[in-house]
Design a protein around this ligand. Structure first.
Ligand code: CP
Ligand code: NVA
Length: 304
């Protein structure tokens, strides 16, 4: 049994397979073909934080597959009243076929997975957001082909999303330039290295964006860090993706954002709503790529 708890849980070969499956699954859906391998199957979802895209993409994807997705907010369950995550995992995994968890520390989802009888997917933790970066890389490949050798400029916080970009840079052999204020640099977790040639730390966003193929950003305050919002707003004031900053990147560079976005804070409306932005494709591709992950975790490789 496999889980998808970090981007590094799949190999490059597995991603190549998953992206090919994504292409087929997406194309079938667009052409109106029914593909329902999971009739009678249930995806259980635990949300300890808010969500729009993650909930919609998993629920819609599971319904299209002929199955059901069960939405649970921890505050409405016994988890919110202190039931141990290990006990929830043991109970839930006796009744559902696969689980998605959105929570705080990575250690919580790790403990869930250790006690689960079924595959577990990370729908965002404080440390990682693998489903997001899988969709983002698919979105790039869908338009331009290989991402190998390209440069991704991340302007902003060293958070769950940028840390997942870093894991992806090593697997897909591209470079991540990260520009953030001093004091917000990327922290290395679980003994993983920055990856040498795959990562460069900047403090000047214009230098980070120079000749980039992708410019991307995220909110300065992630969920769970709300108490730091005021301080972060001040600290990140010079880390906004503007039209002027986009001019540093390649002429055909694209702008990405996992959403939700705060226009005027981390990105100007002219950029996120402008011609270089691919944010709506990114959001849609969450559903198609996650369907490929669910299919792979439950059925293994499909030959058809
Ligand atoms: N990008 C993303 O995960 O969005 P939600 O928080 O709306 O799920
Ligand atoms: N970094 C953001 C991403 C939201 C999808 C957060 O964790 O809140």
């Amino acid at each position: 049994m496999r889980h998808y708890l970090q981007f590094s849980d799949f190999t490059r070969e597995e991603y190549d397979y998953l992206f090919e499956r994504t292409r087929i699954i997406k194309q079938r859906l667009k052409s109106g073909q029914l593909y329902q391998p999971f009739i009678g199957k249930v995806l259980g979802m635990i949300f300890e934080k808010s969500s729009t895209r993650t909930r919609i993409s998993f629920e819609a994807g599971m319904a299209q597959f002929g199955g059901h997705a069960m939405f649970m907010q921890s505050k409405d369950t016994q988890l919110g009243r202190g039931e141990p995550i290990e006990d929830v995992a043991k109970v839930m995994s006796r009744m559902v076929d696969i689980v998605m968890v959105r929570t705080f520390e990575q250690s919580i989802i790790d403990r869930f997975a250790e006690n689960s009888l079924v595959p577990v997917i990370n729908g965002l933790t404080n440390e990682y957001h693998p489903c997001q970066i899988m969709a983002d890389i698919y979105t790039y490949i869908e338009r331009f082909g290989s991402i190998e050798g390209k440069t991704v400029a991340w302007i902003g916080d060293s958070n769950n999303v940028s840390r997942t970009w870093l894991q992806a840079a090593k697997i897909f052999n591209f470079k991540l330039n990260l520009a953030c204020p001093r004091g917000y640099e990327m922290t290395v977790l679980d003994g993983q290295s920055y990856g040498g040639e795959h990562f460069e730390q900047f403090y000047d966003p214009y230098s980070a964006a120079r000749d980039a193929d992708i410019v991307t950003t995220d909110v300065s305050t992630s969920m769970g860090f709300e108490r730091e919002t005021l301080q972060r707003k001040k600290d990140f004031i010079n880390y906004k993706v503007s039209e002027k900053l986009m001019l540093q990147a390649k002429a055909n560079a694209i702008f990405m954002h996992c959403l939700p976005a705060h226009r005027g804070e981390e990105v100007d409306p002219e950029v996120i709503d402008g011609p270089q932005s691919v944010v709506w494709d990114e959001a849609e591709n969450r559903m198609h790529t996650q369907k490929a992950v669910i299919e792979y975790l439950l059925l293994g490789k499909i030959e058809d």
